[in-house]
Design a protein around this ligand. Structure first.
Ligand code: FES
Length: 105
């Protein structure tokens, strides 16, 4: 499976994803810089990404825990998610996300 990750400069990289891994792990291992300070524990907002509009149904709803962290994030949008809270499945093949400022700066 593949995921497409766009950075703050607008450069998009296609990354090979692994089903069962989180989006954050795949981005990190795919060589795109993502802060992810808490290592995937849903305890920061530095893996903040924007899910593309046409992928929001497939990625589902934020959990309550995730919502609390998103409240602390910058530039929150409808598609805002924490990449460590999205587990990759077959249905997410081709997923498109953009890194948020929290994840990079
Ligand atoms: Fe900290 Fe995702 S890495 S919330």
């Amino acid at each position: 499976m593949k995921v497409h990750v766009t950075d703050l400069e607008g450069n998009t990289k296609e990354i090979e994803g692994t089903i069962g891994w989180t989006l954050m792990e795949v981005i990190r291992d795919g060589g795109v810089s993502i802060k992810a300070e808490c290592g995937g524990a849903c305890a920061c907002a530095t893996c903040h990404v924007y899910v593309a509009d046409d992928w929001m149904d497939q990625t589902g709803e934020r959990t309550e825990e995730e919502e609390d962290m998103i409240d602390l994030a910058l530039d929150v949008q409808d598609g805002s998610r924490l990449a460590c809270q999205i587990e990759l499945t077959e249905a997410l093949d081709g997923l498109k996300v953009t890194l948020a400022r929290d994840a990079v700066l």
